[in-house]
Write a protein that binds this ligand. Structure first.
Ligand code: FMN
Length: 533
């Protein structure tokens, strides 16, 4: 089977259907859940300062009056990591205690691991570090030869697919990629707080494995593997060529042994190995060049009215477990949330993601002030309105809601009470119906995969990025969001009248007035840091 056919086969077999869920373990041994915290034994560990409380930039200023680029130093790198992959809180219920992080994760299983590559930062030897969020510290994996250099900063992401497969079985590969997209978004917002812009570095999976030391079999001998995902560069710093990076890491002094995460496999999810192989890249996929001029063609963003410090918003972001089925979202807040999803080339996080948008929204509007409940669409580029219009149910009217800002391509499709449909389609979850609105993200599936089978992963990364924007913009609008990975794929397509694989629903999301479970205690993220370090 070709790699492309493998991807199609994986996608098809991991669809949830009304009469059959994708294959997953029939029972879970919660006492032996995989450890969500990877550590490397035998590394030098550098404790990072906690800085989030010092960061005063408000959410609205992040967009209206972005901070000037801050110096590249250890405290600022610490802030970047704390507000992206760092802990946001500990939760406690009875004897159970679990950590939450600034980045969300399907099932709170956290497959994403973060790495730092840096040169020329006082207090940090040049080389590669693994970020250990539980203790907010860097573990030095590779020390490069001690040449003095200009300062350069790169960030890497990898995934322990097993953490998700333990719970979700075959569909887990999709969730891992969505989580990676959320982590990209988390990096992008935290960098923006420092006035730093990130860009994707074209790099193959084989190269990234070598750079992050993921291919060092002996270092992972007893440990679950990590798959390479993304390399990012902080644009305001020195650019090193990929060859330079690879040579320095080949010649560097490596240390550290990855820990065994546990949760012994009782099933062999061969479909995951197959799609991982089919989407592995030996050659870097192209990254579109920066086109700042394109910004002039884009309407100014709708302003945010949120005056909370962005660092507070990022750390108090949570997934709603339940919604009140009564909160009505003001229309201006709804429009601002949607506007933030439009791909403005210099706006966070889209400055990082320079691809033409490949995901578009179908909205199930339940409770938005002055908007008729029903189905709506938000095509994220001009051409998508026509192609979605041709592909969707012919009954849809594609009218623009009265008083919708001209820059926002929101289209009414059909008026209806869509709560029951939203709940059913999202695996019967009430959170899709009791919110103000829920969303299905439709990907330009066939056209994107035709470019390269590995674009499958990037489609999900874009969906995760959209999810991260929705999470944070929901908080900024005093409501709350939740990602929804569980939905009945083809039933969503049927509702919309879609008949071929050109469009596929890849992720759902819901936003509304959250109901908080007061029995669960919230504890600060790093109160006992001195003890555990
Ligand atoms: C990709 C993804 C899929 C998710 N799917 C669901 C879902 O189907 N149902 C649900 O209740 N929560 C879902 N969640 C929410 C996670 O359970 C939540 O992010 C996790 O428990 C961590 O909590 P936090 O977001 O408050 O940090 C999803 C989150 C992500 C990122």
């Amino acid at each position: 089977m070709s790699a492309l056919a493998q991807v199609y086969a994986y996608h098809e077999r991991t669809k949830h259907r009304l009469d059959r869920y994708a294959a997953s373990p029939p029972t879970l041994d919660w006492d032996h859940q995989p450890d969500p915290f990877r550590r490397f034994a035998g590394c030098e560990t550098l404790a990072l300062p906690l800085r989030a409380d010092d960061s005063a930039t408000t959410w609205q200023d992040l967009f209206a009056n972005p901070p000037a680029p801050q110096p590249l130093n250890l405290p600022n790198l610490a802030l970047l990591l704390e507000l992206s992959l760092g802990l946001a809180a500990w939760k406690q219920y009875g004897a159970a205690r679990w950590a939450l992080r600034c980045n969300p994760s399907s099932g709170n299983l956290h497959p994403s691991e973060g790495y730092v590559i840096c040169t020329g930062i006082a207090g940090l030897a040049n080389g590669l570090y693994h970020y250990a969020p539980a203790i907010h510290a860097l573990e030095q994996r590779c020390r490069w030869a001690a040449a003095s250099r200009d300062s350069a900063l790169y960030l890497g992401l990898s995934s322990v697919i097993w953490r998700e497969a333990w719970k979700y079985g075959e569909r887990a590969f999709r969730y891992v990629q969505l989580d990676c997209g959320h982590a990209l978004g988390a990096f992008s917002y935290a960098a923006a707080l420092l006035g730093w812009r990130l860009e994707l570095v074209p790099c193959s999976d084989t190269q990234l494995s070598a750079l992050l030391g993921l291919d060092r079999r002996a270092d992972f001998a007893a440990a679950e593997a990590e798959s390479p995902d993304v390399l990012l560069r902080v644009v305001t710093t020195e650019a090193l060529s990929l060859d330079e990076l690879l040579t320095a890491s080949r010649q560097g002094a490596w240390q550290g042994q990855a820990n065994h995460l546990g949760g012994e496999p009782q099933f062999d999810w061969a479909a995951i190995d197959e799609v991982a192989a089919a989407t592995h890249t030996e050659q870097a996929l192209p990254v579109p060049p920066a086109d700042e001029a394109a910004q002039t063609a884009v309407a100014a963003p709708l302003p945010s009215t949120c005056a909370l410090p962005a660092a507070v918003l990022i750390r108090t972001r949570r997934s709603a477990q339940a919604f009140d089925a009564s909160t009505v979202l003001p229309r201006a807040a709804f429009y601002r949330i949607l506007d933030a999803l439009l791909p403005r080339p210099t706006q966070t996080p889209w400055s990082l993601w320079r691809y033409s948008p490949r995901l578009h929204l179908v909205l199930f509007v339940h409770r938005v002030e002055g908007l008729a409940p029903g189905l709506y669409a938000l095509p994220r580029h001009d051409g998508a309105e026509t192609s979605l219009g041709n592909a969707f149910n012919a009954q849809f009217d594609w009218t623009t809601p009265e008083d919708c800002p001209p820059s926002l391509p929101l289209r009414h499709l059909i008026s209806a009470n869509a709560q029951k449909a939203a709940r059913t389609l999202s695996c019967h979850q009430d959170i899709a119906a009791h919110s103000c609105f829920s969303v299905a993200l439709l990907g330009e599936f066939a056209a994107t995969l035709a470019q390269h089978p590995a674009e499958y992963r990037r489609l999900y990364w874009e969906a995760g990025l959209i999810g991260q924007v929705l999470y944070l913009e929901a908080e900024a609008a005093s409501v709350r969001g939740t990602g929804i990975g569980c939905f009945f794929d083809d039933s969503v397509h049927q509702l919309l009248g879609l008949q071929d694989p050109q469009w596929q629903s890849l992720y759902h999301f819901t936003v509304g007035g959250a109901v908080t479970d007061t029995r669960i205690q919230t504890l600060p993220p790093y109160a006992d840091l001195e003890r555990i370090r």
